[in-house]
Design a protein around this ligand. Structure first.
Ligand SMILES: [Zn+2]
Length: 394
């Protein structure tokens, strides 16, 4: 066999080595849509629709549908699928008892969103969720005040497992030009000749600290994928459209366009801390990232996880098992004595030299229409956040 030219980047293989595509070609989709009319219907909620969208485009490769009991058990007990592949968060479709009865013996059901048939599900089995064990495994707690536990408890107690074939995903009205699927981000990296790409997950507005981490990472790899999560988040998280406007400022003015790309990550937030950090990393590998930034308290909420738990969990896997390389970062800040961005790893100075503001303090300032210091937030970004706060109050 002939080797390719030296400069052809070898893309990172997807998780399980196959990039899944569950979207039916046009003809088959038409036939499936006709069939869908005569099958039992199952309405899919917002969170599960996010998972379905991720399944459809291969972001959750090698999964081809909602998990059966064997995988579900294996994931919550052992952080692996039953075939041995790393996986930390169950991907399931829940129904309540009445719905479970209604679809009972059906071998195929139609998944519906807003009255439209979006997919066919080949029902493999219906089983009972182990809510206690799942919450304890995924979130490390069964406390119902935890947003992930709360969502889990509000969902049905039965899970429908099976392969999915997608007729048509609901159209998006937001971030159209940033809805790249894994096959597209992979193609875009290849086109730019990026051998190594670091993914950055975020559900927060971008301050100088995030920019610094991203640029530190970009000093050692070829490309950066800004991959803000736009699925369901908590009420008090900054809305996705506002976060996207902040990123646009950075892309337009402060990032090299040939090395930085932005696309949205359609996942819903679980707030599962360490387990979600692994899950996020696996999904980014499917998008073609070779590296993934893991900050302190990644995907955390409240005080449920230790500061470094989401970094430490990576040690529990054998080398090469994940395939994607995590890059661990400390909180960073501007230091007036160093006169630059730094972190506790690089700056020897005491707290009073460092521009550090708590999230609460920043929200307070923005609500009062005051910009945080420019060492903390770029003024153009602060303006967007102030405006968004004012809109929200109105
Ligand atoms: Zn310093």
């Amino acid at each position: 066999m002939l080797a390719g030219p030296m400069n052809t980047p070898e893309p990172i293989p997807p998780h399980g080595r196959t990039l899944v595509d569950l979207i039916l070609p046009e003809r088959e989709a038409e036939r499936a849509a006709e069939e869908a009319e005569h099958l039992p219907k199952l309405t899919v909620g917002k969170r599960e629709l996010s998972d379905l969208e991720m399944l459809a485009v291969g972001a959750l490769s090698p999964l081809t549908g909602f998990m059966g009991e064997k995988d579900y058990r294996s994931v919550i007990e052992d952080m692996h699928l039953s075939n041995g592949l790393t996986w930390t968060i169950p991907v399931t479709l829940s129904v309540d008892q009445d719905e479970a009865k209604r679809i009972g013996g059906a071998s195929r059901v139609t998944l519906v969103v807003g009255g439209h048939a979006i997919a066919l599900l080949e029902v493999d089995s219906i089983y009972r969720r182990d809510g206690e064990a799942e919450a304890q495994s995924v979130f490390g707690t069964t406390d119902r005040a935890h947003p992930g536990v709360k969502a889990l408890r509000a969902a049905g107690e039965f899970l429908v497992a099976g392969t999915v074939r997608v007729i048509k995903l609901p159209g998006h009205t937001t971030f159209q030009e940033f809805r790249l699927i894994p096959a597209q981000t992979r193609a875009a990296f290849a086109e730019r000749g990026c051998r190594t790409v670091v993914g950055f997950q975020t559900r927060n507005p971008v301050h100088r600290a995030h920019e610094y981490l991203q640029k530190c990472a970009l000093e050692v790899v070829d490309g950066l994928l800004l991959h803000p999560l736009v699925g369901e988040t908590k009420e008090d998280d900054v809305p996705a459209d506002v976060r996207m406007r902040c990123y646009q400022i950075l892309l337009d003015g402060y990032y090299p366009p040939d090395r930085v790309m932005m696309s949205v990550f359609p996942a819903a937030m679980r707030y599962a801390g360490p387990k979600e950090a692994i899950w996020h990393a696996i999904a980014r590998k499917n998008y073609g990232c070779t590296h993934f930034i893991v900050g302190r308290d990644h995907a955390g909420v409240g005080n449920y996880y230790g500061t470094y738990d989401a970094q430490r969990i990576f040690q529990e896997f054998d080398q090469g098992e994940l395939g994607i390389t995590p890059l661990f970062f400390e909180h960073s800040f501007f230091c007036r004595r160093c006169d630059q961005m730094a972190s506790p790893k690089t700056c020897p100075h005491p707290d009073e030299d460092r521009v550090v503001l708590s999230g609460t303090k920043v929200r307070e300032m923005l609500r009062a229409g005051r910009k945080p210091p420019k060492e903390f937030s770029r003024p153009e970004v602060a303006e967007i956040l102030i405006e968004a706060m004012a809109e929200r109050t109105r």
